[in-house]
Design a protein around this ligand. Structure first.
Ligand code: ZN
Length: 237
């Protein structure tokens, strides 16, 4: 069973992968700006972003495969199954994120720092995407009725993630979560964690459910109103 320490260790490993990707991006960005004379080479930025998230995304996905198999061995559930590594974020997705991110370079007052900030958030999300998909897809295909939970880590967790965390380990396919469970914002450090029957979630699900229930009691049933209420009551994003 994944313990809070297991989740923290996995998160640290994945943070290291993201840190390396962002350092490489920042170096490349600096050189690009230093040599920039004419038009912004958008196609070059798109291609670099796609290559970068493919390389580091593979590393992140490989870590996720190993983690899944290790936790499954510990769970000692019936049947043989090995986690399947998800594909890196598609090149088209990476290109679209890059095009959006470089928008601040084209304003009346170009803002390269803002553009890099946008791009870094996108790179972080896309590097971790195949790792999160690896967990979600493997849970779906695992014959042992696995589920996954969105486990909050770090000092702050946004309302959206807290709402998903408040359900505990219920996610096993796109349908269960209405597709929303697969959305992560750029700097999200939540960890999709596999859980097998009879195991406990490695975090205080009740605490998040109480927060959610309190907000729902005030705001009514509309999910957006509940999220707004949580942001107001808890002073979070
Ligand atoms: Zn999160």
């Amino acid at each position: 069973m994944a313990t809070p320490a297991d989740v923290a260790a996995f998160r640290a490993t994945q943070t290291d992968v993201v840190t390396l990707a962002l350092a490489e991006l920042a170096d490349w960005w600096e050189q690009l700006l230093a040599l920039l004379t004419g038009d912004v080479p958008v196609a070059e930025i798109e291609a670099f972003t796609a290559d970068l998230v493919a390389v580091y995304g593979d590393t992140a996905a490989l870590n996720a495969v190993d983690w899944y198999d290790e936790l499954r061995d510990q769970a000692a559930v019936r049947g043989r199954y090995r986690a399947r590594m998800a594909e890196p974020s598609p090149r088209g997705q990476a290109a679209a994120v890059a095009r959006w991110a470089v928008g601040p370079l084209f304003g009346a007052q170009p803002d390269p720092d803002k553009a890099l900030e946008h791009l870094s958030g996108g790179v972080q999300r896309m590097v971790l995407q195949p790792a999160r998909e690896t967990i979600a897809d493997s849970v779906d295909q695992d014959p042992a009725d696995a589920r996954w939970a969105r486990v909050p880590t770090g000092s702050t967790t946004c309302a959206f993630c807290r709402l998903l965390a408040s359900r505990g380990a219920v996610y096993h396919s796109e349908e269960t979560a209405g597709g929303l469970a697969s959305s992560y914002h750029g700097t999200c450090d939540c960890v999709a964690t596999p859980i097998w029957p009879g195991e406990q979630e490695p975090y205080d699900v009740d605490r998040y459910f109480e927060e959610y229930s309190a907000a729902r009691a005030k705001a009514g049933g509309d999910p957006n109103a509940i999220l707004a209420q949580m942001r107001k009551d808890l002073g979070i994003r």
